[in-house]
Design a protein around this ligand. Structure first.
Ligand code: FES
Length: 84
């Protein structure tokens, strides 16, 4: 059975306006490009109460803070790079 990795992006207004709007698109493109859409349980979430450290996202229970265009690809490669 395929690995099911859980990935949650905070779509609360603070995170969304501070970068998760762009991160959302980057993640969707990454999943599509790497054909991972069916292997990753990717969902949006309302405010996760980490606004002061946002934009935040969570991958398999681990929180990633201040995710932006400069570090999101590294996070995706580290967490999803091994999922085929
Ligand atoms: S809006 Fe993302 S933690 Fe509050």
């Amino acid at each position: 059975m395929d690995t099911q990795l859980e990935m949650i992006i905070c779509l609360g207004s603070s995170c969304f306006s501070r970068g998760n709007n762009k991160n959302l698109k980057i993640i969707q493109d990454y999943l599509k490009k790497n054909r991972l859409e069916h292997k990753i349980d990717f969902r949006g979430h309302l405010c996760s109460e980490h606004c002061n450290r946002g934009p935040v996202m969570r991958i398999n229970g681990k929180w990633y803070e201040q995710v932006d265009e400069s570090n999101i690809m590294t996070i995706l490669e580290e967490t999803l790079g091994g999922v085929k």
